[in-house]
Design a binder for this molecule. Structure first.
Ligand SMILES: Cc1cc2nc3c(=O)[nH]c(=O)nc-3n(C[C@H](O)[C@H](O)[C@H](O)COP(=O)(O)OP(=O)(O)OC[C@H]3O[C@@H](n4cnc5c(N)ncnc54)[C@H](O)[C@@H]3O)c2cc1C
Length: 410
């Protein structure tokens, strides 16, 4: 093991979307930063697809709006398609008054991550170590010690004033700190098929939740010439068998898609989780993104939440590191972010219930009720207020419990 210990303002563990956004924010503020990533290259699978309006505002704040949106579909309409194959609800594509960006915008995750990583070339103070795994050793009143290791058997310790654990849903740092990740995992599995389009599919350019009681699913035109389908695995079915190539072509044939139209690029199965860390800060270690919270994908909030985390925490960290604020300021990360995260989780779970209604009679009533309600003036606006508008900032560093303003400083 190397005996020389490097010391940083902040070490970011994990170079997924959370870590890359936090690293750009830290670089922009001149923090001496080290990013540790276990993998040597970007994970080339498209997982997340949607960014909301606030996430785009965060990207703009990082100075990467043009670079990131160059690979995106902006202002997408997400539709909930009923039993008759027609939408009973659709989100508006227009920019919101609050941010000036649309609510639903699609990206190709590897391209998004590449743009974020390229953004770091602007900052000499940010160092990246790919192919290294970080492990929490201990923390004291001066900083945190992490042990890094790689596949060649090299080991070294680093010190940081603060550590951002951006190491994903199965965060080893969270486990090493003994923080519970309470919540539930859904029983249902889903399969996901990502295909490269060879000739125009002549389909609506919208994102569709297919709200069928027999086989709920998703249809989604993606940036980069991809198209994606997802289907629920029904009780008694086997996800692996459903991913058999012949079966995938059968499912695609029901969508009117043949091998002349697309090449299957990737297939996989997954399940949903609703879990969050009980503490988002343990002394000098803060949990961000999936390390702090996971939710079902129905509201497209995984990466938007991660970007909100980075935007909330990094400027506070800089104020503390530079001695302009006491470290109490860092406690406002969870008090400000958690109520918003809970509201987004409620949104994702509600959307999931609408999509996965399993009873035909209830599904028929659902379709009729939404169609009737959205024709009544003001109802659509109320629905958007409930499910589309941002949740107001709760008590934190700028808003005290009594509704007044306070600033936690030294
Ligand atoms: C099928 C599916 C659909 C989804 N759809 C959406 C969507 O539409 N919109 C949306 O916003 N989100 C969606 N998500 C969720 C989204 O993909 C995640 O929220 C997002 O990737 C989380 O980013 P992250 O950076 O926090 O974690 P991750 O992307 O998991 O990145 C963590 C990184 O940390 C690294 N790492 C882990 N441990 C260590 C260690 N000890 N040392 C060094 N490196 C380490 C890993 O290699 C990885 O690169 C979806 C997820 C799935 C599975």
């Amino acid at each position: 093991m190397s005996s020389e210990i490097s010391v940083y303002d902040v070490v970011i563990v994990g170079f997924g979307p959370s870590g890359a956004a936090a690293a750009n924010a830290a670089g922009g503020l001149g923090l001496h930063t080290l990013v540790i990533e276990r993998d040597l290259a970007i994970f080339e699978r498209q997982r997340a697809i949607a960014l909301d309006d606030e996430a785009l505002r965060v990207i703009r704040g990082l100075g990467l709006y043009d670079e990131v949106t160059a690979h995106m579909h902006l202002g997408v309409t997400a539709r909930f398609v009923g039993l008759d194959g027609k939408p009973f609800l659709a989100t508006p594509a227009e920019p919101t008054a609050y941010t000036g960006h649309s609510l639903t915008n699609f990206f190709h995750q590897p391209s998004l991550e590449r743009a974020l990583r390229d953004g770091l070339k602007r900052y000499a103070a940010v160092e990246i170590k790919a192919g290294w795994t970080a492990q929490f050793v201990d923390q004291d009143s001066d900083g945190v010690t992490l042990r890094l290791g790689n596949d060649d058997g090299d080991r070294r310790d680093v010190r940081a004033q603060y550590v951002l654990a951006c190491d994903g849903g199965s965060s080893s740092l969270r486990k090493q700190l003994g923080v519970a990740f309470a919540g539930t995992s859904y029983a249902e599995q889903w399969i996901d098929v990502q295909a490269l389009v060879k000739r125009p599919l002549h389909r609506d350019p919208h994102f569709d939740f297919v709200c069928s009681p027999d086989r709920p699913g998703v249809r989604c035109p993606c940036p980069g010439g991809y198209y994606r389908w997802e289907w629920r695995v029904n009780p008694g079915e086997d996800a692996e068998a459903m991913l058999d190539e012949d079966n995938v072509w059968k499912l695609l044939a029901e969508e009117g898609v043949t091998p002349d139209d697309v090449d299957i690029a990737r297939t996989w199965s997954y399940t949903f989780h609703v879990r969050k860390a009980q503490q988002w800060r343990v002394g000098r270690v803060l949990l961000l993104g999936d390390a702090a919270h996971v939710m079902p994908p129905f509201a497209g909030q995984g990466i938007s939440g991660a970007f909100r985390d980075a935007a909330n925490v990094v400027w506070k960290l800089e104020a503390v590191v530079r001695g302009r604020a006491s470290d109490d300021l860092l406690d406002t990360y969870q008090t400000e972010r958690e109520p918003h995260h809970d509201a987004m989780t409620h949104r994702a779970v509600t959307f999931g219930r609408i999509v996965m209604t399993s009873n035909h009679t209830i599904a028929r009533l659902r379709d009729r009720a939404f169609r009737a309600a959205t024709k009544i003036p003001g109802v659509m606006a109320a629905l958007l207020r409930r499910f589309g508008a941002p949740t107001p900032l709760g008590p934190g560093c700028l808003r005290a419990r009594d509704g007044g303003t306070h600033w936690s400083d030294t």
